[in-house]
Design a protein around this ligand. Structure first.
Ligand SMILES: Cc1ncc(COP(=O)(O)O)c(C=O)c1O
Length: 346
């Protein structure tokens, strides 16, 4: 296997195995009763799926994203997978699906890793092994409603470093004309429909060389999400991040808040008006793919306003937070919060 780890992008690459596991059940008095089978590894990347499966007909599906890192000591660390398991359970409840038990989620990830060790990028390349857990409804249904059968799949793919070369800033553009998720909708769940709903806005921003900021759908006043990442801003020794029912609870953001607190910053979780960013000295998007993506400018085309942060290069606090979290992920710093599971390769 000859993979050029240094030129790998954030694209899907086939590995040897995926892991699958099925749930069969029935709805009884509003409760889903059934059982999960054993997870197994298979080389077949295609599903034999009924054309009327609820995932295809009604978008009954959820997914996750997490990474394994090859550390400086040669050990493999999976970062906070238990949090992804919990979040996928919330998404499952949100879409009337069978939640995947935490233990099953963990064993499926470990199995996917062990079966694909040759795809685990070496330390020093910036590449990682990304896992895409997927939960889909497989019951054929014509009447609108949830299914009772589900498939849990773990799809691994090695991915390249988010930053090829220098850690740099991105410009964001506000979109008030397309909402990602409604206030009491599914924005807090990681479900496919949210992403399909955001494509018009994110692709329009990409065409202009930017990323997109979504505001709250009710008043278009408060910051919700930065494309597929949470927003963070630094203001007078405070770490600001939005409080909203419609945003995904980011595991990276949660981790950065712990580290920011350690660094003496005060954590402020609140509704953040777009104009509040004018008092911020640094801003960034955060998520598994990038860890931190510093923002140099936010453009609000409807109001003709541009907010700028610093001198166009990543600010000192974002840079420190980025390095601090990566040091834990790559085993260069003590994992004092027990965020990483070290996996035995044998
Ligand atoms: C909409 C959205 N917000 C935020 C995040 C960041 O979440 P995490 O840090 O868990 O990757 C993601 C990525 O998963 C996302 O898709």
């Amino acid at each position: 296997m000859d993979i050029d780890w240094k030129t790998l992008g954030f694209q899907y690459m086939d590995t040897d195995y995926i892991v699958r596991c099925a749930f069969h059940g029935k709805w009884q008095n509003g409760e889903l009763v059934g059982e999960w089978g054993e997870p197994y590894a298979t080389k077949d990347k295609y599903l034999h799926l009924h054309v009327s499966a609820t995932c295809l007909q009604y978008g009954q599906e959820a997914f996750e994203g997490l990474k394994a890192f090859r550390g400086v000591d040669g050990k493999i660390r999976i970062f906070r997978w238990q949090e992804n398991a919990k979040r996928m359970q919330q998404s499952a409840i949100g879409l009337k699906m069978a939640p995947v038990p935490t233990e099953l989620f963990g064993s499926a990830i470990r199995l996917a890793l062990k079966k694909n060790l040759q795809f685990m990028p070496p330390y020093g390349t910036g590449a990682t092994l990304y896992f895409r857990p997927l939960l889909i409804g497989t019951t054929p249904r014509l009447g609108v409603g949830p299914g009772a059968d589900f498939e849990f799949i773990v799809i691994p793919s090695p991915v390249g470093p988010y930053y090829r070369g220098k850690f740099h800033c991105t410009t964001f553009i506000v979109n008030r004309h397309i909402d990602r998720a409604a206030q009491y909708g599914t924005g807090a769940f990681k479900v496919g429909g949210n992403y399909a709903a955001s494509f018009r806005a994110t692709e329009a921003a990409h065409l202009q060389g930017m990323d997109c900021i979504f505001l709250d759908s009710k008043s278009h006043t408060f910051i919700d999400e930065c494309s597929a990442a949470n927003f963070i801003g630094i203001r007078n020794g405070e770490y600001w991040t939005p409080k909203s029912l419609a945003i995904l609870p980011s595991i990276t953001n949660n981790s950065l808040m712990v580290l920011a607190k350690e660094m003496g910053l005060k954590i402020v979780r609140r509704h953040i008006r777009l104009r509040d960013v004018q008092d911020m000295t640094e801003a960034a998007a955060c998520g598994t793919a990038c860890v931190i993506s510093p923002i140099d400018k936010i453009i609000d085309p409807d109001k003709g306003t541009t907010y700028t942060f610093g001198d166009g290069t990543p600010g000192p606090i974002m840079t420190r937070l980025y390095q601090r979290l990566q040091d834990i992920q790559y085993g260069r710093a003590e994992d004092k919060y027990n965020w990483c599971e070290v996996v035995e390769e044998k």
